[in-house]
Design a protein around this ligand. Sequence first.
Ligand code: IVH
Length: 675
Amino acid sequence: MVDTAAVQQRVEELRKLVNYHNYRYYVLDSPEISDAEYDALMRELRQIEEEHPQLVTPDSPTQRVGARPLEEFGTVTHPLPMLSLGNVFDREELLAWLKRISNLLSGQRFDFVAELKMDGLAIALVYEDGLLSVGATRGDGYQGEDVTQNLRTIRSIPLRVSGRCPRRFEVRGEVFMTKAGLEKLNRDRSEQGMPLFANPRNAAAGSVRQLDPRVTASRPLDIYCYAIGWAEDGAAVPDRQWEALSWLKALGFKVNPYNTHLDGIEEVESYYQSWVERRHTLPYECDGVVVKVNSFAAQQELGVVGREPRWAVAYKFPATQAITRLVDIGINVGRTGSLNPFAILEPVNIAGATIKMATLHNEDDIRRKDIRVGDWVVVQRAGEVIPQVVGPVVSRRTGQEREFTVPKVCPVCQGPVVRPEGEVMSRCINAQCPAQLYELLKHFVSRGAMDIEGVGESVVQDMLEAGLVKDVAGIYYLTREQLLSLPLMGEKRVSNILEAIEASKQRPLVRVISALGIRHVGWETAELLARHFHSIDALARASREELTEVPTIGPKIADSIYDFFQQESNLGVIDKLRQAAVHLEEAAREARALPLAGQEFVVTGRLATMSRSQAEARIKELGGAAGSTVTRKTSYLVVGEDPGSKLDRARSLGTKQLTEEEFLRLLEEAARRGQ
Ligand code: IVH
């Protein structure tokens, strides 16, 4: 006989536990148990429910993705329309809004709530007796689509609220996707040859409006709630927006932690300004600040015009998109021979900068987005990154546009172009291609590599045009006469350049390795290689296996290094460097003497006494390596506050863990030994 009461009790206990940890993880972003422990609870619950189907309830955490695909969505009428917002774009317009409402609220004092305006999809969630009963899109504001079964799959939406609440009420919020979530989704879609989502808003809307809830469940969706739409028992809910946000939080809804309560419009202005600068640091897109009059009574008094309330306004961030004409698609040949298409645009102003060029990533992306030369295109600029072409405005096509094809031969050297299996880029495979040499030489002489002062872009170009150098080592064979023959060269300048070239022969090994321009070998990897091999010759002789023994170097980087040194022409360059007396090895003693040599550290979570990059810098100073993922080669995982999944991985691999205190002690001891 099964003790049904005991089973029932265990089911309830498990649901409570799962809900609690779900809330810690998805709403508070602060898990208390590992993924594995969480999975074990879920597994137990699922198993009991399978054995006792009569115990399954709709709010059980196992029932988030339960429903079958729909034929079509039902319609939901919003008892109170879901409004939109008027926009203001600058301080003057904000003050004009303030003036209008001040006149209407003559004499009354009022305060504000400022919220980040999430760029996603507005939805309404109806709760009955504490349970999520209906979830709907905004639609036209009056009627939306019934997407309940999809919204149930979003784990930051509670299926049951925690605490006392009106019998029926509605919560409104914005469903969104993080930038990283969208990137990953698009990467996967690109691999499967599916069209990409242009922005997080489209991605969120496309994901919520899926007939099959399993598709929605597979998308990285999240929500921030920002309003109580309506409540059956009005007396039980707060009468101010700021309190409403706390009320929502207390019931288990996810509320944006950056929302704030502000006294006056100057504070609103500085809140806005601070986000204009910082918004790119957020993990999600937001397109402005929503300013709301705090008191619901005052909101009522101000009322609504058309579909826009007078009591709130969206203070939009400067636009980061504009529409302009794609005049042509140019090709840049990169240091590794990759043919990088770029957009040549009719100049357009975006957020204060004139944009004439933008990246187009690669030919697949151009094809997927169906971008054609002559198209009107949406161009986007975000923060410091290179502007990008989002997509074409198809409705403006005239039929004169032409499709883009990758040239069959290199536009610079007319050498053969190939597209290696599994790669998204076509490449010029002529190692003597001047375009490659130009990029490579620029890199070789740059401050981060051999640091040859006085040899900038234009000198590099002149040298190549005059045919004075055929590879990077050629720079060490330049004569005074040759340099004097270049444009704008005088005795003094040439002397300085020759001195700088001579001085660069003494650069440490790490610079030489980094200067060679081996694919996937940046400064950090070069440092590891120099420390491990102590000479170019040892590095050139290393097998793939020996290379992967170096902390943090995986098979992809190892292959690239190995392949580089298999090429005759590259070995020739090394020889020429040696003949020219460029330093190609380093006293091994020095590197070995470093106390943390050969040990790899990974840091997870926040450290109280230093930032992650400071910690990594300390590790490296002492000869250790700092990795970003826990692998079998990781010597220690340093565990800070709120550790992430790296901790689970370290546990499963049995990696040694250090608390911050232990880590500091280890650093101190190492530093003492190293002195
Ligand atoms: S309040 C009258 N608050 O912006 C109230 N909306 O343009 C209207 N949105 O449809 C909504 N974040 O999709 C409000 N913190 C926030 C918001 C927000 C994003 C969206 C929402 C709405 C649109 C209005």
